[in-house]
Structure formats: C-alpha cells, structure tokens
Ligand binder design. Structure first.
Ligand SMILES: Cc1cc2nc3c(=O)[nH]c(=O)nc-3n(C[C@H](O)[C@H](O)[C@H](O)COP(=O)(O)O)c2cc1C
Length: 217
C-alpha cells in the first residue's frame, strides 16, 4: 500500500468527542487549561503534560521540540531545559515561544503564545534538584544539543557525571533553567468528527483582562 493511501486510511478525531460549551468558560484561560488538563489526566491520555515548544532562531528560522510542562498558574506555563541547548540559544536571542498540547482521546488541542521569562537561579535550582539522579547526571554529562563525537563519549562522560551526583547530591548544573511562557494568547480547540471544530481564543488586553472570540474552524 502506498504511504499516501496508508495515511489517508488512518483515522483522526473519530470520537465520540466532548462538546465544548464556549458560553460556560472562565474569564481567563489558565482556569480552562487546568480543567482540560484534569480531564485529559482523568481520561488516561498518555503523557498529557508533554507539549511542543516552538521557538525561532536569530535569523527567524523556526524550531520545535517536545518538553514536559512543569507548572502552570497565573504567571504562565513553565518548562525546564538547559540554557546551552538549541532552544536555550534561541530563547536568549528571541524570548518568545508557542506551546502546543494535543490530547487525542478528547480531540483537544491547546495553543499558547507569549513572551518567555527566564526563572531565577533559585527556581531553576529547585527544579533541577527535584529531578531523578539519573536525569541530573545526564545534564552534567555534556552540553545538550551540541554535536556528540560518539555514543561511547556520552557513556564515559555519564559514568563520571553519575559519580559526581552520588558524591554531591546538592550540586546544581548552572545551565539548567526554568522558562515560563507568559501567555498573551491561548486558543482552545475542540475537534469534531465531521470537522465542525470549535475554536475559542483568549487574548490579553492592555489592561490585563482577557477578551474571548470564536474562530472559524
Ligand atoms: C515526552 C518528552 C519529554 C521531554 N521533556 C524534556 C524536558 O522537560 N526538557 C528538555 O530539555 N528536553 C525534553 N525532551 C527532549 C526534547 O524534545 C529535546 O530533544 C531537547 O530538549 C533538545 O532540544 P533542542 O535541541 O531543540 O534544544 C523531551 C522529549 C520528549 C519526547
């Protein structure tokens, strides 16, 4: 079977999918995001806290990757990564990002856009120390996203890093950074099996309050 035919036959947004009553939503998007996240967790969506983070480099060339959502509250959507990574360099040049969540069991997508704030050293250290020792050792092993000469180079560096983490459990990697996307736009997208999707976008006004509008599917 051709790839085209195989892909065409794969189902998407089959349903049954929930109805989205856009008249019964909170005045600001974080509360609705938390409601949808709780529903994704309750429905058993695998890794519902995984999200795609999109950035652009200094030349405007886009980039995207999946990371884990670490926190969400009125200050924004937080994730953590190494400042030495590609995304770290991109955010240093252009501190804006877009986040995309997809929860297939409910046919729901959430899109978040906004400026990115770099966390304090204390916030980043707290996140780092909450990570499993294996994950901390990987950060110490070498600079994320830089070219790696061989798998053996990584494995040798990892053994040394694991030894350091075991000897100094409070050691913090200085490049580890919490980034928070301070949303100025959040779109909630509820898929529909017949493609009559419902789209609701929140936009932050200059006075800090949020306005809402429906979008054509
Ligand atoms: C489910 C999942 C979760 C991930 N979580 C993180 C994370 O929290 N932080 C991180 O730096 N990379 C995470 N990664 C790896 C990133 O996708 C990416 O490979 C890495 O951050 C380097 O990206 P960059 O070169 O664009 O900076 C995760 C990948 C997957 C598939």
């Amino acid at each position: 079977m051709s790839q085209r035919k195989k892909l065409r036959e794969l189902p998407a947004l089959q349903g049954p999918l929930p109805r989205f009553d856009t008249d019964a939503v909170p005045a600001e998007p974080v509360a609705l995001f938390e409601r949808w996240l709780d529903e994704a967790i309750a429905a058993g969506v695998p890794e519902p806290h995984a999200m795609t983070v999109s950035t652009v480099d200094a030349g405007g060339y886009p980039d995207a990757r999946v990371v884990i959502l670490k926190d969400v509250d009125a200050s924004g959507w937080a994730f953590a990564s190494s400042r030495s990574s590609a995304k770290g360099a991109e955010l240093a040049h252009r501190p804006w990002a877009a986040l995309t969540f997809y929860w297939p069991l409910q046919g729901r997508q959430v899109r978040v856009r906004g400026p990115v704030i770099t966390g304090t050293a204390e916030q980043s250290a707290a996140d780092f120390l909450a990570r499993h020792p294996h994950s901390r050792a990987v950060v110490f092993s070498g600079p994320q996203s830089q070219p790696l000469p061989s798998r053996e180079t990584f494995e040798r560096a990892l053994i040394e890093a694991q030894r350091r983490v075991a000897e100094e459990p409070d050691l913090v990697a200085p490049e580890w950074t919490v980034y928070t996307v301070q949303a100025d736009q959040v779109e909630f997208w509820q898929g529909h099996p017949h493609r009559m999707h419902t789209r609701l976008r929140y936009r932050r006004r200059a006075d800090g309050l949020w306005e809402r509008e429906l979008l054509w599917p």
